[in-house]
Design a protein around this ligand. Structure first.
Ligand SMILES: [Zn+2]
Ligand SMILES: [Zn+2]
Length: 453
């Protein structure tokens, strides 16, 4: 009888768990970063460890450690990362995640946000529907300001610690929690004071919702395609809009899209890769599908209607969140002069500004706040040490009264404090110097003190 080679029958196993990406083919298709984080969670490890596995599967990716890898960026390295992850998980649909396959077709500038953004209501809905927490790709797109489902401005600052977070290697908590303080971000904002982004965007609802709709459609369509697109023919799109009578000429086109004539010119000429924000505006004015501009097979014209008039006024390529730094500096100076306990964190919260941003913009006030904080902490500590020294003297007396040796270990045990802690060591030093300056042996002094109580 022939021996059977069982090796041949054994199905090939994936190196990493073969978990399914969430929401492909919908506007909440998850990002590659979100998928990598969830994969790390499934393996009970960190995102960094997963990246090391991916790196080990060939030439190292993301060698430059100046910033955390942007897995969803339209770059060749992100594309390679996605391909390797697809091999390691043995899942072809992983290739549909992120924007890596658009490398060389769209610019990396003005495409992704710098900080993570989220919609608390969407986290809530996912939880209610028992969908694992994930970050939809749309949330990381630079021009997606409002949730297309709930109409509210996406949050970027934690409601608890007020910090923003970039894609980070050390992200090991659940995705719907703040990576700094672990605050649950799945929360409906009811009756809460509007956040700074809400206030900044309160006049742009119409444009924001329109842009969100175009980008949500874009994600829905491209999350079903794993191939790289052809170069986008913006010239044909502009000319078709002119021939359909939507605009009079290319200068009119640029005006309606809120772009400068020179920006539109470079896109039409194809000298530079356009950013997603610019393509979105072109698709909006020409009333064509944004995904269809990159993938001709998706080019069926949808009935979206003309973009809102305000699109031409809201310059998306400019910094749209402006702070009055004179007012903020004055606020910081007043808080410092009031003599209250001021910290950068408290101040950032009060003035509704990002903490690190605030620190970089208030000049000398920053060092004053830090100095004041340091002095306050020092004073507080010396109070603590003094109070503990009194306790040590008392403990020593009590131990002697019980005819036990008043060693450091015994005193620590008596006070239920770790006797090797720096605070305890200092307190003991003070207590022993006090008893020696009094000139009386600690034994009798403490015994008297005990007796009198
Ligand atoms: Zn939402
Ligand atoms: Zn937080």
């Amino acid at each position: 009888m022939d021996t059977i080679d069982y090796k041949l029958d054994r199905p090939k196993r994936s190196a990493l768990f073969s978990i399914a990406p969430i929401g492909l083919g919908t506007d909440s298709a998850e990002s590659l970063e979100s998928y990598t984080c969830r994969l790390a969670q499934a393996h009970f490890t960190t995102r960094h460890a997963v990246e090391q596995v991916v790196n080990g599967a060939g030439a190292p990716l993301y060698v430059d450690k100046s910033g955390p890898p942007r897995l969803d960026a339209p770059t060749e390295v992100a594309h390679q990362f996605g391909r390797r992850l697809a091999e390691l998980t043995m899942r072809q649909d992983v290739l549909c995640l992120g924007l890596g396959r658009l490398a060389g077709r769209i610019s990396t500038m003005h495409t992704l946000r710098k900080y993570r953004a989220w919609c608390g209501d969407c986290f809530c809905d996912a939880r209610a529907a028992s969908v694992p927490p994930h970050l939809p790709l749309v949330w990381s797109l630079a021009d997606y300001h409002r949730c297309v489902k709930h109409g509210q401005v996406l949050e970027t600052q934690c409601p608890c610690c007020n910090r923003q977070s970039v894609a980070s290697n050390s992200w090991s908590w659940a995705i719907d929690h703040c990576p700094w303080c672990n605050k649950d971000l799945a929360r409906r904002r009811q009756g809460a004071t509007p956040s700074l982004p809400h206030l900044a965007r309160r006049h742009d609802v119409e444009v924001d919702m329109f842009g969100a709709k175009v980008l949500a459609e874009f994600v829905t369509e491209i999350s079903q395609i794993s191939e790289s697109p052809l170069a986008c023919d913006a010239s044909a799109v502009v000319h078709s809009a002119i021939s359909r009578g939507l605009v009079r000429h290319s200068a009119d086109f640029a005006d309606r899209a809120g772009l400068s004539a020179s920006t539109l010119h470079t896109v039409v000429k194809g000298t530079n890769n356009p950013s997603l924000v610019i393509l979105m505006r072109i698709a909006a004015v020409a009333d064509v599908s944004l995904a269809g501009m990159l993938y001709p097979q998706l080019a069926e014209v949808e009935v979206r209607g003309p973009p809102p008039q305000a699109l031409r006024e809201v310059g998306r390529l400019r910094q749209n969140r402006t702070h009055d730094w004179n007012v903020i500096r004055q606020g910081a100076a007043n808080a410092l002069a009031s003599g209250q306990d001021v910290t950068l964190r408290k101040l950032a919260r009060e003035l509704m500004v990002d903490q690190s941003y605030l620190a970089s913009r208030i000049g000398n006030l920053r060092s004053e706040i830090v100095q004041q904080g340091r002095e306050k902490r020092k004073a507080k500590r010396s109070e603590q040490v003094k109070a503990l020294a009194v306790e040590v003297t008392r403990a020593r007396g009590a131990l002697v009264a019980q005819s036990l040796a008043p060693s450091a270990r015994q005193i620590g045990k008596f006070l239920q404090v770790e006797h090797t802690s720096p605070l305890m060591r200092e307190a003991m030093k003070i207590a022993s110097s006090q008893s020696s300056t009094l000139g009386t042996p600690p034994k009798t002094l403490s015994a008297h003190a005990e007796a009198s109580h």
